[in-house]
Design a protein around this ligand. Structure first.
Ligand SMILES: Cc1ncc(COP(=O)(O)O)c(C=O)c1O
Length: 389
């Protein structure tokens, strides 16, 4: 141990460490700086050095600031449960009951049949042509993304990502040897730049990823944009990977699922229970393949990855089942409150969530008073307008 610790320090005048290759990965700078002095380090793969997760990696800088006596407001992680929201009691109870009823064994690799059915029903309502056999339950969208990307790319392939994108998309693409290629999105109007996409498609492009509603921008692609994206993907025989984890967290715009416009295009839909269903810490999500014949091979082969990792948590799957088949009013209540909190954080305007005035009719609205003078009202209205756009 002592020896290893000693080797972590640079030795002035000591032997020069071997140069690290910078080939195609984006190095983790901190690790690279530390390791360039380590002549005795055992090797790690180039692939893993390319993995970054900006949202969490940045936390080490915050810890340093805290260690120097300053307090830090953490606005980096989109976890509703850390901001005062909780899964409803019936969902918590479903988890406890599953444990008490002995559902503590390895589940089926593809997922609990009743849950796969319920997920297929939910996605069918959103427009996807899918049945329960085409649903695979995963440990969150994160694991789903890992499985999908590892199933479709070879070294040197390229995957199109919307700019800006949720960071793990690029990380998993790099981890599996491919290159992420960003395409432009008009952030004012929420429209993907189809010409830019066309210009970036090469013989190495295998997939286009869509995140709608998007993290970090919140943009939702409208029906026309989705149709154009599907058309351009089909022209070039690309997989269409669509992340709809925020499908019910929409404020003023209409959400359209990719399934509505997909017909028999090859759609791999990623979704989960972390956000809408307030189950971030329970780690559960899913992959839904539509019926496209172009997906025959991946539908057959990807489940092997589910089998090698055995299964996702069985008690949590029972809770997820309750969360989508039980009462749904908590979702609109959460979305309504989230809107008010986000408006307060971003614009400093405090309103009251409509769900506080009755879940059934109040949700989806917010309340303001007209008592302040015109100047304050006008400036607040402008801020609200900026926020919703
Ligand atoms: C777009 C997007 N996809 C996936 C995830 C992670 O999902 P999960 O918790 O299901 O792994 C997040 C989390 O912030 C996200 O913003």
């Amino acid at each position: 141990m002592e020896r290893a610790r000693e080797d972590l320090n640079p030795r002035p005048g000591g032997p020069k460490p071997p140069a690290l290759s910078m080939l195609s990965y984006v190095p983790n700078v901190k690790e690279f700086n530390r390791c360039k002095y380590l002549s005795k380090c055992l090797k790690i793969s180039k692939k893993v050095r390319g993995v970054e997760y900006a949202i969490r990696d940045i936390v080490s800088a915050a810890r340093e600031v805290e260690n120097n006596g300053k307090s830090v407001a953490y606005l980096n992680i989109g976890d509703p449960v850390q901001f005062g929201f909780q899964p409803p009691d019936n969902v918590k109870q479903a988890l406890i009951s599953a444990i008490q009823n002995g559902e503590n064994y390895y589940g089926s690799s593809e997922g609990l049949p009743a849950l796969r059915n319920a997920i297929a029903d939910k996605e069918k309502v959103k427009g996807l042509d899918v049945n329960s056999e085409q649903i695979l339950v995963t440990n969150g969208v994160s694991e789903a993304l890992d499985m999908v990307i590892s199933s479709i790319v070879e070294d040197g392939d390229e995957v199109l990502l919307p700019g800006p994108y949720y960071p793990p998309y690029a990380s998993y693409v790099r981890l599996h040897g491919a290159t992420p290629v960003e395409f432009a999105v008009d952030l004012e109007n929420g429209i993907p730049d189809i010409d830019d996409i066309r210009s970036k498609i090469t013989s190495k492009t295998v997939a286009i990823c869509l995140i709608s509603p998007n993290n970090p921008t919140g943009l939702i692609f409208n029906e026309n944009s989705l149709k154009q994206l599907v058309d351009v993907a089909n022209e070039h025989d690309l997989y269409i990977i669509c992340d709809e984890i925020y499908d019910q967290i929409v404020y003023d715009e209409k959400f359209i699922g990719i399934g509505k416009v997909a017909k028999d295009s090859p759609i791999i839909l990623l979704n989960g229970f972390s956000k809408v269903h307030l189950m971030t810490g329970w780690r559960i999500g899913y992959i839904a393949f539509n019926n496209s014949p172009k997906l025959d091979l991946i539908r057959e082969n990807l489940p092997k990855l589910a089998r090698v990792r055995i299964s996702s948590s069985l008690p949590v799957q029972h809770a997820a089942l309750e969360s989508i088949t039980g009462p749904q009013n908590y979702v609109s209540e959460f979305v309504s409150k989230e809107f008010v909190l986000e408006l307060l954080k971003q614009k400093g305007v405090l309103t009251v969530h409509g769900s506080g005035f009755g879940e059934k009719y109040g949700s989806g609205h917010f309340r303001i008073v007209f008592l302040p003078n015109m100047e304050i009202l006008e400036s607040s209205m402008n801020k609200i307008e900026e926020f919703v756009h």
